[in-house]
Design a binder for this molecule. Structure first.
Ligand code: K1U
Ligand code: ZN
Length: 173
């Protein structure tokens, strides 16, 4: 069956603040959700997407940080940061749940991540550059954390108000 594009939740939404549950059994429904999330991410367009952004409170993320050439889709169930570099990197992040707004966030420049792949096999890999930023941003979503939570209260409130306004406008159509 063809993958489906899902609606992406816009901040503020209580589902974006929840701690997501680990995936216990890798069912065909979860594999289908992963395919739908990839389709939704490419359509947006974005470089990552986490299950709570489509209203599913389970530990699943998808990513593809390749800007040109062959796509490199990655699906991670129960992703975990195993270790982080002392080295930090600053990147101007965006979020599909906070459209049209960007802010600099500082995070570890390199991370080692463990996860379960689509076939149910455990994987471990080191990420750097945009992949490292993106995987940390997506894992944060699974813990109910948004990139604006790294900012000061004034900036966070301003971005939340803008997002709330946009959300109302989108709802009115
Ligand atoms: O999780 C998300 O909301 C997706 C988000 C991921 C992300 C972006 C930047 C830094 C860290 C994590 C996005 O994909 S926002 C859109 C975006 O960055 C983009 C869109 C089109 C082309 C390139 C980038
Ligand atoms: Zn995001």
């Amino acid at each position: 069956m063809r993958a489906m594009i899902k609606p992406i939740l816009i901040h503020p939404d209580p589902r974006l603040k929840k701690l997501c549950a680990p995936v216990a059994d890798l069912s065909d429904d979860l594999r289908t959700l992963a395919e739908d999330m990839l389709e939704t991410m490419y359509d947006a367009p974005g470089i990552g997407l986490a299950a709570p952004q489509v209203g599913v409170l389970e530990r699943l993320i998808v990513m593809d940080c390749i800007k040109e050439g062959e796509p490199e889709p990655v699906v991670m169930f129960n992703p975990e940061v195993l270790s982080s570099s002392e080295d930090q990197s600053v990147y101007e992040e965006g979020c599909l749940s906070i459209p049209e707004q960007f802010a600099e966030v500082t995070r570890p420049a390199e991370v080692r991540v463990g996860w379960i792949d689509m076939d149910g096999n455990p994987q471990e890999k080191d990420f750097d550059g945009l992949w490292a930023t993106c995987v940390q941003h997506e894992i944060d979503h699974l813990n109910g954390k948004l990139f604006i939570d790294y900012l000061g209260p004034m900036k966070r409130q301003m971005m939340t108000r803008k997002s709330q306004k946009l959300k109302r406008e989108l709802a009115r159509g």
